[in-house]
Ligand binder design. Structure first.
Ligand SMILES: [Mn+2]
Length: 327
C-alpha cells in the first residue's frame, strides 16, 4: 500500500459553484491558498492541475515552487476544453478556428505537463457531443475528435494522453461516452502514449462496472490513470470515494492490484458542503481501509471460486473479512 500515490483535482479547492448557488458554497481561494491547503492533506502526494485556467505560461514557475514547498507533485495537467468558448464543441467544433484553438490548448497542456515534471496530460471533452436528435453529423464529430487527439498525441510521445470518458454532462450525449468508445479511439490512433482515465463515477453513471472497465483497458495497455469518487448513477455527483458504492470500489481496488496498476490514484471530488481537507482525507482513508481489508482476503481461493461463477461461494470469501457472520 505504501507505493500508492494519491492526488486530487485542484477543482476540489474552488468555491464549488453549482447551477443553484452560482456564487459557490465557500469563498474563492487563490492558487497559492489552494496549494497550501492541499499540502495539509494527510496522505496526499500530488495535484491534478488544469491548463491554462489554473497553470499557464505566466504562473508555471511560481506554481512549481509552491508545489515543491508543499511537497506535492503534479499527477496530471488537464486541458481546459470545456469552458464557454467551446460551448458548441472543442475538438468536434465545425468552426475550424475554434477547433484549432482547442488543439492549441491541449498541446499547451502537454507542454505544461513536461514543464512541471509530469508525464500525463488529461483530455475530458465535456462539450464534444450533442443535445438533440438531428443536431449533429455523427460521422463528422467522430472523425474530428479522433484526428485532434491524434495530433495532440503526436506532439510529444513522452507525455501520455489520458482520454477521460463520460456518458453525459454538460452535453446530453458526449462523443466519448463509454469505455468502449474511448478504447476504440485509442486502438484507431494506435500510439503507445494514448490511453484512458477511468473515472469511477463516470463508469458508474454509464452503468459500467468499474472493475470490468479497468480490466478491459489494461488488457490493451490503455489504463493510464484512475479518478476516484462516488455517485448515485444518475448524475456525476463527485462524492467522497467509498461513500455509496463500496462493493464496486472494493472490486476495482482488487482488480487494480491483480492488474499491477502502478499509476496515480486521483481523487475527483466536489466537496460542496464538506471541509475540503477532511473530504479528501476521508476519501483516501476509505480507499486505504478497503485495501487493508483486501490484505486479509484469501485471493487464491477467490480466483479458484470465480472459475465456478458460483456467487455465494465467491462472496463468502469476501464477506468473512468485511462483515463476518454474527455468532
Ligand atoms: Mn474525473
Amino acid at each position: 500500500m505504501k507505493e500508492i500515490k494519491f492526488s486530487v483535482g485542484i477543482w476540489a479547492f474552488t468555491s464549488c459553484a453549482d447551477r443553484f448557488v452560482t456564487e459557490g458554497y465557500r469563498k474563492s481561494l487563490s492558487l497559492t491558498e489552494q496549494i497550501k491547503l492541499a499540502s495539509q492533506i494527510e496522505g496526499l502526494d500530488g495535484l491534478i492541475l488544469q491548463f491554462p485556467a489554473v497553470v499557464n505560461r505566466e504562473n508555471a514557475e511560481e506554481a512549481k515552487r509552491l508545489l515543491q514547498e508543499g511537497k506535492l507533485k503534479v499527477s496530471a495537467v488537464d486541458a481546459y476544453l470545456f469552458g464557454s468558448q467551446f460551448s458548441m464543441g472543442a475538438f468536434t467544433s465545425g468552426n475550424e478556428r475554434t477547433r484549432r484553438k482547442a488543439i492549441e490548448i491541449a498541446i499547451g497542456a502537454v507542454d505544461m505537463a513536461e514543464q512541471l515534471d509530469c508525464s500525463y496530460a488529461g483530455l475530458w471533452l465535456g462539450q464534444d457531443g450533442f443535445d438533440y436528435p438531428f443536431q449533429a453529423n455523427y460521422s463528422d464529430l467522430w472523425d474530428r475528435e479522433i484526428e485532434a487527439i491524434r495530433e495532440v498525441a503526436a506532439h510529444n510521445p513522452e507525455v501520455k494522453i489520458c482520454i477521460e470518458y463520460k456518458l453525459k454532462e454538460p452535453r446530453m450525449h458526449l462523443t466519448i461516452g463509454s469505455v468502449g468508445k474511448a478504447l476504440l479511439i485509442c486502438e484507431k490512433i494506435a500510439k503507445d502514449n494514448v490511453g484512458v482515465t477511468l473515472d469511477f463515477g463516470h463508469a458508474m453513471l454509464g452503468k459500467e462496472n468499474p472493475a470490468e472497465s479497468a480490466t478491459l483497458l489494461a488488457k490493451y495497455n490503455r489504463l493510464f490513470s484512475i479518478h476516484f469518487n462516488d455517485c448515485y448513477r444518475e448524475t456525476d455527483d463527485d462524492l467522497i470515494a467509498g461513500s455509496v458504492h463500496s462493493w464496486e470500489l472494493l472490486e476495482l481496488l482488487l482488480v487494480l492490484q491483480q492488474l499491477e496498476y502502478k499509476g496515480w490514484y486521483g481523487l475527483d471530488i466536489f466537496p460542496y458542503r464538506e471541509d475540503i481537507v477532511k473530504a479528501c482525507e476521508y476519501s483516501i482513508q476509505n480507499i486505504k481501509s478497503l485495501l487493508k481489508g483486501l490484505e486479509k482476503i484469501d485471493i487464491p481461493s477467490l480466483v479458484e471460486a470465480q472459475k465456478t461463477m458460483n456467487y455465494i461461494r465467491i462472496h463468502r470469501i469476501i464477506r468473512e473479512v468485511f462483515y463476518p457472520l454474527a455468532d
